[in-house]
Each structure stands twice: as C-alpha cells, then as structure tokens.
Design a protein around this ligand. Structure first.
Ligand code: ADP
Ligand code: ASP
Ligand code: MG
Length: 401
C-alpha cells in the first residue's frame, strides 16, 4: 500500500474546529487508499506560550527542562487529533517522538535526528491505523526528550517520509511557496515548482515557510515535497530535483531575515593573529558568524564587520569586551537596525550581471547597503531596516517575483 506523510502546522490545528477540518482531509486521503502518517505541530502559538512560561520562572531556563516543557505542546495536538479521527470512525494512534522511534543527538533545543526506528509505525500502518506523530521532538542517547529547533515539525515529517520512502505533503497557512513571503509583498506570485537547491537556499536565508534542515533531508533522500494550504482549496507548490525543463528564472525568490546583528570592529592592528583571536573568542562561545567583510589595510589597521543572530548579542559583548582589553585601540560598533535581503536563483549559475542589476536598483531607489556576500545561487545584502520595504517592492517588481 502506498504511504503518504502529511504535516499540519500550528495554525492548521489552532482550534478544535480546525482539527475537525483537517481530520476530514486526512480521511479523504485514507479513502483514496493511502496509508497515512500525520505529523502535527503544537496548537496555534502554544510553543511561544510555553517558552514565555519558562521565561517567567528563569532568566535563562535550563535547556533540558525547556525541551521537556516545549515537547508537551505537540503531545496535546496529536492526542486531540487522534481522538477526533476515532470519533469519525477511523482507527488511529498518536505517538510522541520517542514512541515513533525518532532518535536525536546534539544540544538541547537544537537536536538533530540521527536515526528513526520505523518498525512501530510500519506495524500500525499495516493494521490500517492512521498514525499521528508529534512533530519537533525526539529522544537522545540518555533517554531524554529533545526538540529539533523552531519549526522542527517540518523536519520530523520529511525525515519520516525519507525513511518510509514516500512523498511528504506540508499543509500550512499559505497555499504554496511564493517568490517572496506574501506577508511582505502581497503581489507575490506562487511557484508551481521549485528545486531543492533553491528552496534550501531560501530557507537558510530566512524564508520560514520550511525549516532549513527539513529541505536538506528532502534533498538528500530525494523526498517529493508538496506545500499547500491546509484548506486544500488551491494547488500548491512541488519541491523536487532540479531538471532543465523547470522554468529557469535568474531570480526565483527573495528572502528577508530581520534577525541580524551587525558588528563592526574598527582600527584593528593588521595581523592574522589579532583577527584569529577575535574570531576564536566568538567561536569559543558558540557564536555563529554569518557574513564577514574586511577592509584592506590602511596605516597597518583594518576594519572588520560581521553579522550574527540577535540572540547572540550578550555573548558577543562579552567576547569583544575581552578583546578590547587585549588589542589596543580597537573600537566596536553594533547595529541591530538592519535586515539581510537575499535573492536566490539557479539561473545565477550561468547568467552574469545579476549583481550589477541589483546595484543599479539600489542606486535608483537610494538604498545604501553595508555588506554583500554571494554563493553560487544567491546574493545577500545587509541594508538598513528602514529601507527594507522599498527594496522588496523594487526587486520583486523588476524580477517579477
Ligand atoms: P506552519 O506553522 O504551518 O509551520 P510557518 O509559519 O512556519 O507555518 O510557515 C508559513 C509562513 O511562511 C507563511 O505564513 C508565510 O508568511 C511565511 N513565508 C515566508 N517566506 C515564504 C515564501 N517564500 N512563500 C510562502 N510563505 C512564506
Ligand atoms: N511547535 C514548534 C514551533 O513552534 C514546531 C513547529 O511548529 O514546527 O517551533
Ligand atoms: Mg513552520
């Protein structure tokens, strides 16, 4: 029997009425003859509320306990959905990540799936049951409950589909993948298909519609992914392997990340050792650096700018205060009023002049950028947050996104 994994996000299971609705969609697929594994997120904004609850008792909640707390959100939604399915006359069983055999490793709140023991799920499917699995969670080598990072239910679903060698349908509050987040650019156009490479780049550069790791797993195991609205009323977007038949736009998508802290260190005496010490002090504190640029030496001094996530601000301060004491004359400046805007497209591999077109657009619209980085299929710019909307409108219009 053919298996399908379906995933429903928080908005789709926000209320009992909405759970009733998605249950009908699940049953419809069951009637079509499929064996079904359903992965669900916590109801509505439950995860945010649980984090607030933890923050109300501790300034820095213990991460193991936070995982224990956050994982309860999905436990509520799986049991409710399973009860609703049973009420409607369908055999169903809910499973936590642990019961579903999802094994993880890494640091608490950011675990990675390393293995899935799929036997239990397979047995239930053979018995004809609809298997409802809690997204976002697993169990580590110590037997502790873990979570996979925000948005991690996508990863649960796609990893299960990879293991079951079946397609994965992601049902969310938007009816597919758009060239630009429709909340940021309401005229954005929906894509019929997008290849894994572009989706991976868009996710990692800030398009939260799919969690980055989930797309990586999809790419690695070639899982056909379909993203659509949980209302199932409109055709969604297929994510699949790149093939030459796909419409090759130079720019397929634009993404924005507002979670950017830009740090500039001026007047660094030019020596590889100083630069190494600065970045070691950051990496020792597990600060992930994103963009980096360095000016050429002037009077034997250089300036370095880098970006990182805003959540690292306190540790960045700690690391750089230490360096200010050690390296004479350096000055640190921080700017959190910036956004990272990226354009993504497979067509960039063969087409030159995209950067120049973008520079022209910025010039025409009087938009100043601070840092630029490129990959084979993307270009990213750090711009003032106040110019964000102007830049989105100009680029989306010009490239018909
Ligand atoms: P879920 O709770 O179902 O996982 P998310 O909020 O994580 O849903 O993801 C869906 C949201 O992703 C949409 O509401 C939309 O605003 C946002 N989004 C960001 N970029 C895009 C894009 N390029 N196309 C579609 N949606 C996008
Ligand atoms: N409930 C989790 C979160 O809000 C996981 C998910 O929704 O994918 O991040
Ligand atoms: Mg999500």
């Amino acid at each position: 029997m053919e298996v399908i994994v379906q995933k429903y996000g928080g908005t789709a299971v926000e209320t009992v009425e909405k759970v009733q609705k998605i249950a009908n969609g699940i049953i419809q697929r069951k009637k079509e003859g499929y064996s079904i594994v359903v992965v669900v997120s916590a109801m509505g904004k439950t995860t945010n509320r649980l984090i607030e609850l933890a923050n109300s008792v501790s300034a820095k909640p213990d991460k193991r306990e936070l995982d224990m707390l956050m994982a309860t959100g999905e436990q509520v939604s799986v049991s409710i959905l399973s009860m609703v399915l049973k009420e409607k006359g369908y055999e169903s069983i809910s499973l936590t990540g642990f019961q579903a055999g999802i094994k993880t490793e890494g640091t608490h709140t950011k675990n990675k799936i390393i293995e899935i023991d799929i036997e239990r799920i397979k047995n239930y499917l053979e018995e004809g049951k609809i298997v409802v699995v809690a997204g976002f969670q697993g169990i580590n080598g110590e037997g502790d409950i873990t979570t996979l990072g925000r948005g991690g239910s996508d990863t649960t679903a796609i990893a299960l589909a990879a293991k079951l060698k079946c397609p994965c349908e992601i049902y969310t509050d938007v009816d597919g993948i758009y060239g630009v987040d429709p909340r940021l650019y309401p005229n954005a156009k929906k894509l019929d298909t997008i290849c894994f490479e572009e989706m991976m780049e868009m996710s990692s550069l800030g398009a939260k519609v799919l969690e980055t790791r989930s797309v990586e797993i999809g790419y690695r195991y070639n899982v056909p992914i379909y993203v659509a609205s949980s209302h199932m009323d409109k055709k969604g977007t297929y994510i699949k392997e790149f093939d030459k038949q796909m419409e090759q736009k130079v720019i397929t998508g634009l993404t924005i990340s507002d979670d950017i802290l830009m740090v500039t260190i001026n007047h660094i005496p030019y020596s590889p050792e100083n630069i190494s010490n600065i970045f070691s002090s950051l990496s020792d504190r597990e600060v992930n650096i994103d963009m980096i640029s360095q000016t050429s030496p002037n009077n034997n001094r250089v300036n370095i700018s880098f970006t990182t996530s805003k959540e690292n601000e306190t540790v960045v301060d700690e690391a750089l205060n230490e360096q200010v004491k050690k390296i004479s004359g350096i000055k640190v400046k921080k700017d959190s009023d910036v956004s990272k805007l990226s354009v993504v497209g497979m067509g960039m591999r063969n087409e030159s002049g995209v950067a120049s077109k973008m520079f022209k657009l910025f010039a025409e619209n009087d938009i100043y950028f601070k840092l630029v980085t490129t990959s084979e299929i993307s270009i990213s710019y750090t711009i003032n947050a106040s110019d964000k909307q102007k830049a989105i409108n100009a680029i989306s219009k010009t490239f018909n996104l």
